[in-house]
Ligand binder design. Structure first.
Ligand code: BG6
Length: 364
């Protein structure tokens, strides 16, 4: 049931304020500034004992895993990284007893992720899930987890499930942080910010007509760059992924910091860049990169915050509400969903069922 929306993707994008409400409901504990995640089946002592976190997922879930790894490093100060489960399962990964493995999947049926989970379990590792579909293969295989409660997702291009994955990682980062050095006050700061997310997402969705206009310009390019750094890099990767999936445009994600080490050679009038430029400790560095792109004749569309001063650069902007810096990626990702959606709409492609793709890849 499309409920009056033209596509499932449009419906699922619009559902995000409510689906985020669902993942946080009952999980925020104001008294202690912590997330209550009983489903993880981990005692505080066990949570305290992990020396590393390894996140595994495929496609967009992998990119959100990278957002999650950064959140965990920032809030809990535990070394964390994300890896494509499709690679992990085919190499001979080193499984460590003091690593917390997190498998992330909307469907819970992606075979590469499911096999990664089996490999971890076979070697005695502790693996929990961040999964949407209750009772799915991956959810059952994991020893505990956090359900996303995003509701059914039909469109092949994932939106609301991804947003709930990112919020789920914020909850896990909070839980890991509060058994370490994250103070009650800092925990409360994150809790307040998480609570504000649904309203902030709604305000981004209100800008859809403007984003649709930007999409028309962007869709005209045959090839484009998406750039970001640190917190913004996985946002750029996911933005480029959506573009490839439904707009069939060559979209390449790059670390903004790496542009000058090679790909800057490609920049000209024909190759526009979507730049993620949050207001944070790296704003000046990001603006310098935007300047370098502009100086070579490249068009830039910035996904940014109020208060970032682009001066005379003449850069069109999509302005996203500010949250706590650690949570910025959650909101920065939302306009990129709309950008890909409207680009595909402009180009006349089958948005809900892009060619060559399945909602979940369950066979070898
Ligand atoms: C890919 C889908 O095959 O699997 C992507 O095309 C999806 O859209 C990825 O992000 C992972 O799927 P899941 O269900 O494990 O999150």
């Amino acid at each position: 049931d499309l409920g009056g929306h033209p596509h499932y993707m449009a419906k699922e994008i619009q559902e995000q304020p409510e689906s985020v409400e669902r993942i946080i409901r009952g999980r925020l504990d104001d008294r202690f500034g912590v997330a209550r995640l009983d489903g993880l089946n981990l005692t505080p002592r066990e949570l305290r004992g992990f020396a590393r976190v390894k996140i595994l997922g495929c496609g967009s879930a992998y990119y959100v895993g990278q957002i999650g790894a950064t959140m965990i490093e920032e809030l809990a100060r535990i070394p964390a990284d994300a890896e494509a489960a499709s690679e992990f399962r085919y190499r001979n990964p080193i499984i460590e007893a003091d690593t917390l493995y997190i498998a992330v999947s909307q469907s819970g049926e992606t075979i590469d992720t499911a096999f990664a989970v089996e490999e971890i379990k076979r070697k005695g590792g502790r693996v929990v899930g961040l999964v949407n579909v209750v009772g799915s293969t991956i959810a059952r295989a994991c020893e505990g987890g956090v359900y996303l409660h995003a509701g059914p997702e039909i469109a092949v291009a994932s939106t609301k499930a991804l947003t709930n994955m990112a919020v789920g990682f914020a909850l896990i980062a909070l839980a890991l942080g509060r058994v370490r050095d994250l103070s009650n006050a800092d925990g409360q700061r994150i809790i307040d910010a998480i609570r504000a997310l649904p309203g902030q997402i709604k305000s981004i969705l209100d800008f859809e007509p403007e984003i649709a206009e930007h999409a028309k310009t962007v869709a005209a390019a045959k090839s484009l760059f998406f750039v970001g750094r640190v917190r913004g890099y996985p946002v750029a990767r996911e933005g480029a992924q959506k573009f490839k999936e439904i707009s069939y445009r060559h979209a390449e994600a790059y670390q903004t910091s790496e542009l000058k080490h090679g790909p800057l050679a490609l920049i000209d009038e024909e190759l526009p860049t979507v730049a993620v430029v949050p207001r944070d400790e790296l704003t000046e560095r990001n603006l310098a990169a935007v300047q370098q792109i502009k100086a070579r004749g490249g068009a830039v569309l910035a996904v940014t915050h109020e208060g970032v001063d682009f001066g005379e650069l003449g850069v069109p902007r999509i302005v996203v509400p500010k949250t706590e810096p650690e949570l910025d990626p959650i909101l920065l990702t939302i306009p990129l969903q709309l950008l890909a959606y409207h680009a595909a709409l402009t180009l006349g492609y089958d948005i809900d069922k892009p060619r060559n793709l399945a909602k979940s890849v369950t066979v070898e």
